[in-house]
Write a protein that binds this ligand. Structure first.
Ligand SMILES: [Zn+2]
Length: 168
């Protein structure tokens, strides 16, 4: 297993994953970029830490923010040689969001996207549960929420509007 030595510290790839798990998604600050499945890979090659990430959608305006957050976090550990690679293929899918992150999204009032296993059509038939009362008596009011990744729903039972992170 390759490691990187920084002053008197030795970091393993697993240490770097752990550090990156503290870097929050800039758009949803309750979940980390690792939990969202945005950080795809961490490698150490020739004393350089190479982090590969796939943004939630191409042309994501948060791309630079995310890249800088990764570099900053590793600098906190004393690691200066960091390369952040962006990979768009395969494209990010909401299926990569971890189970703990789905629970955090829900607690944040953002209905997590259903798992679709590559069959996006399933999503259109899926009932979206209200994150506040769990009722599935909901209707979509606007498929383009504040960002392209979100849809706005209305709960007919508790009369709360809420956002759903769209399946991608
Ligand atoms: Zn409700």
């Amino acid at each position: 297993m390759p490691t990187i030595d920084v002053s008197r510290f030795t970091f393993h790839v697993s240490d770097i994953w752990r550090a990156l798990d503290a870097v929050m998604d800039p758009e949803i600050p309750v979940v980390s970029m690792v939990e969202m499945g945005i950080v795809r890979d961490v490698k150490i090659e020739n004393d350089v830490v190479i982090v590969t990430m796939t943004p939630t959608f191409a042309g994501c305006p948060a791309l630079d923010v995310m890249r800088n957050a990764i570099v900053e976090k590793l600098r906190e550990l004393g690691i200066e040689n960091v390369a952040v690679k962006t990979v768009l293929s395969p494209p990010w899918t909401s299926d990569w969001i971890s189970e703990p992150a789905r629970a955090k999204l829900k607690a944040f009032g953002l209905a997590p996207p259903p798992l679709h296993g590559g069959n996006i059509a399933l999503y259109f038939d899926a009932l979206v549960a209200c994150p506040y009362c769990n009722s599935t008596n909901t209707r979509v009011t606007n498929t383009f929420g504040p960002t392209l990744c979100r849809a706005i729903y209305f709960c007919r039972d508790c009369h709360q509007p809420f956002e759903q992170f769209k399946a991608l």
